[in-house]
Design a protein around this ligand. Sequence first.
Ligand code: NAD
Length: 284
Amino acid sequence: MSAAILDGRVFAAEIARELGEHATARQTELGYTPTLAIVVVRDQIGDSASDVYVRQLRRTARQVGLNSRLVELSTRSTPTDVLDAIARLNDEPAVHGIIVQLPLPPHLGRDLLLDAIAPEKDVDGIGATNAGNLFLNLPAKVPATCAAVMELLDRTAVVLDGRRVVIVGASAVVGRPLALMLLRRDATVSVCHIYTQDLPTFTRQADVLIAAAGVPRLIRAEMVQPGAVVIDVGINVLADGRVVGDVDFEPVCSVAGAITPVPGGVGPLTNLMVMRQTLERITA
Ligand code: NAD
């Protein structure tokens, strides 16, 4: 068997078109173009992964017809400086979305943000209110990567209710929120992590296997149920510069029913999900 390749770039083109139409409609309704604000704490612009990500995010905003604004703070900023900048964006009506580029310098830290961004503008779902709402099954903004995984599954018409889904990775930004989103869709979800014993016993039961551990080629062919849908969230840069996922792609292709490549699977959808959550004003 050779797995169907779930090409994120094809879905991304489709979604970008839909979001473009959505953005035009919102602009007509509001009388202005909504803005996505990106807060970056750094001392110089360079070519770090973070700078590349911010440029991509702004390009995606432009592509769908949203404004974006970079709010730059120095690494000498105090927690109060960062919180003040976020508070100003919270108060600005034309700003519909706020992203704070992570990681923050250690003296600031991610926890600083948990209650800082207004929940309805927290378009990457990092705040405590959105996380709590997701837990409580209430409307919530969710981490963009998780939204991207769900979008891929839905656009591929993967049935989730009653199916066995195994997630490898239990982080607060991917594994855990994704587990809750899949539970909402009536899947039977197992979450594995670094302390899970006998990982293959779990992964082999999966109708849908989601790898989000950040370990190159962790998922080998013998760990996959024949015909399973395999979603690879991992992004790992090898010593020779190649980017690979958490799934041993070629061998797993001969077992799985469908699989996402890396790069070109989940990644292309992620920024678009930020834009979608900027356009949809879910009141958390
Ligand atoms: P993380 O380091 O915060 O969490 C990793 C999780 O995987 C932990 O729960 C850990 O216990 C588990 N894990 C690690 N090694 C394991 C092993 N050998 N067996 C089983 N479980 C193991 O990472 P993260 O931020 O959740 O990111 C995970 C991966 O997803 C990374 O490769 C990251 O680059 C990628 N990522 C991709 C996107 C995207 O848009 N595609 C977005 C965010 C993260």
